[in-house]
Every structure is written in C-alpha cells, then in structure tokens.
Design a protein around this ligand. Structure first.
Ligand SMILES: *[C@@H]1O[C@H](CO)[C@@H](O)[C@H](O)[C@H]1NC(C)=O
Ligand SMILES: *[C@@H]1O[C@H](CO)[C@@H](O)[C@H](O)[C@H]1NC(C)=O
Length: 307
C-alpha cells in the first residue's frame, strides 16, 4: 500500500516538474464548414494509431544550433497515402491548419506557431537552422480562447490560418514546416511538423470567415483525423479557381457556443521525460522571432487519463 502510494507520488512529481509538451499538426488543410480534413502532414499515422504520441511528437530541446528539421517519420516528402493525402491548394489560398492544445492554453502570453516555406519547390528542409533563412507564410497563436474550440478542454482542437504565397507556381510541390516555439527560453523547447502542398491553379477552396464564426460548429468530430472518405474525396475533386479578391467569405450567422468535447477517447500522452537543463552560458544567437520575453519555463498541464 505504502509502496503504491509512493509510486503514485513519484509519478505526480515527475509530471509536475515536466515542461515537455506534445503537439503536432493533425490536419494541414481543414475545412471548418464541412468539418473535414482535405490534406495531412507527412507520414501522418492517424489518431486511430494508439502510438501517435511517440511516433509523431518531434521536439527540439535546448535550442540546438543543428538538428534535422523534420522528424524521422517526416523525412520523406512523398510519404502520403490515399487515406492521408497531401494538401492541394492555389497560390493566394487561405488555409486552416489544426492541432491539439494539449493543455497549453495561454491567453496572457500565448506561444507562437510559424509556418515556414521555401519559395523554390526544389528546396527541402533538412536542418532546424534553416528557419533563419526560410520565408514565413504565416504566424499564429498556439492556443487561446480565440483559436481553440473548447478552451477549457485540454485536448480541444485549435486552428490557425495562413496564406499560400501568391507567387508559388502551379504544378509544383512546395515544402513547409509548422514550427511551434513552445518555450522561448534559451533552454527552449520547440516542435515541428513537416508537410508539403501540391500547388495547382484550381483546388477545393474552403470558405473563410472570422474564426469565432468558423468555430461555431464546435470541436470537430475525431473522425476528421482518421483519414479521408469518399465524400471528402468528392469534395476535394470539386475544384474551383480562386476569384479575385479571394475565396468565398462566409457571412456572420451563428454566435459562438461552447460545445462539450467529443465522446471518443483520445490517445494518452507518453510518460514524461526529464526537463531540459538550462545552459549556464546562454549565447543565444538563435532567439526565436517572438515571445522572447519569457524567462520562466512554461508548465505543461498533464492530459486526463484515457477512459
Ligand atoms: C511514413 O509514415 C509512416 C507512418 O507514420 C511511418 O511509419 C514511416 O516510417 C514513414 N516512412 C518514411 C520513409 O518516412
Ligand atoms: C461543387 O461545387 C459547386 C460550387 O461550390 C457546388 O455548387 C456543387 O454542388 C458542388 N458539387 C459537388 C458534387 O459537391
């Protein structure tokens, strides 16, 4: 009995001191109106894979000068399937990308996500240092009341919008990285998800609107990260050309109402790893482009146990 209790306390202590996070892009191109995913990141295993946390979490610890930009399962830019296809989009198209907040909601000092890309389709991301030379297709908050469906729910879906650069050339595949500056300390933790976009002159464009209106439908059903269906493929196939000035804008209709989390069980996080050591000499030449004012490690709220 005592031993059991001591073990539980040790586990709790580990969880309390851990600052590790677990998040990645689940859907590169989300359609908030139809509540479906039209394109996934590289080597995406799907949320039905119970090992997705260990397979797909990719961390940069202690601000490395050099480390592969993409996780081992995201090295191949062609690692897509008919179930988890690459996104197709037009130059100038607004894209909604989703992830889970995993307990990292922060309204006061939200952590930042950047979408980096190279303007030449031939250029691949190989090393994390390339974020200093890559271009930025978008920057967004990671998790706030404004971009997460059910802010009080640790596993709610959050989303951000960015725009496919207008000068990308149709007919080519371009390479992108979603880069999350979870911890902006010199000992920082960052996370990446690599993805690619087939740029075409026509594509299925999703309706745009202010986020509260797009999010009025509530947290997406977990099915959206289980792969595309025939119905989604039909949607993707029904392409259109972006009219000037841009894709259709949804009129403001429904007020935002918070909805209960989906009934499906979520994949639990793996055991916490030790927190990174803060380097004694901080020669911080690789300071992230924002949120650099934070000086104390962010706290990771543990996920609830699976049902
Ligand atoms: C492709 O993705 C799958 C699923 O995540 C992964 O198991 C596999 O290692 C990946 N292959 C390559 C070559 O990256
Ligand atoms: C294709 O898109 C057009 C324009 O949005 C729409 O009117 C039509 O119903 C769509 N067709 C299918 C099969 O989804």
């Amino acid at each position: 009995m005592y031993r059991k209790l001591a073990g539980a306390i040790a586990v709790l202590a580990t969880a309390a001191t851990s600052v590790l996070a677990h998040s990645w892009v689940d859907c590169v191109k989300y359609d908030p109106i139809n509540e479906v995913c039209l394109g996934y990141p590289r080597g995406y295993p799907g949320r039905q894979n119970v090992n997705i946390n260990t397979l797909y979490t990719y961390i940069f610890n202690a601000s490395p000068v050099s480390q592969p930009m993409c996780s081992p399962v995201q090295q191949a830019s062609t690692n897509y399937s008919s179930t988890f296809p690459m996104a197709t989009a037009q130059p100038g198209e607004t894209i909604y990308t989703t992830w889970e907040q995993n307990g990292h909601l922060d309204n006061a000092n939200p952590t930042k996500v950047f979408v980096y890309y190279f303007p030449q389709s031939s250029q691949q991301f190989t090393d994390v240092s390339q974020r200093n030379t890559a271009k930025v297709a978008g920057s967004m908050n990671f998790a706030t009341n404004d971009n997460c469906y059910v802010p009080g729910y640790p596993n709610t879906v959050c989303l951000g919008s960015w725009v496919v650069p207008a000068d990308l050339v149709p007919g080519q595949v371009y390479h992108f990285v979603w880069f999350w500056y979870f911890n902006a300390n010199p000992a920082g933790q960052w996370y990446s998800t690599c993805f690619d976009v087939q740029v075409n002159s026509a594509s299925h464009v999703v309706q745009t609107a202010a986020l509260p209106d797009l999010m009025a439908k509530g947290n997406p059903n977990i099915n959206y990260v289980w792969g595309v269906t025939d119905q989604v493929n039909a949607l993707i196939a029904n392409t259109t050309m972006l009219a000037n000035p841009n894709q259709g804008v949804l009129p403001v209709t429904t007020p935002y109402t918070s909805q209960p989390p989906p009934s499906s069980t979520f994949v639990p996080v793996p055991p916490a790893l030790p927190a990174p050591a803060v380097p004694s000499t901080s020669s911080s030449t690789t300071a992230p482009p924002s949120a650099a004012t934070s000086t104390s490690p962010l706290k990771c709220i543990p996920r609830p146990s699976p049902l």
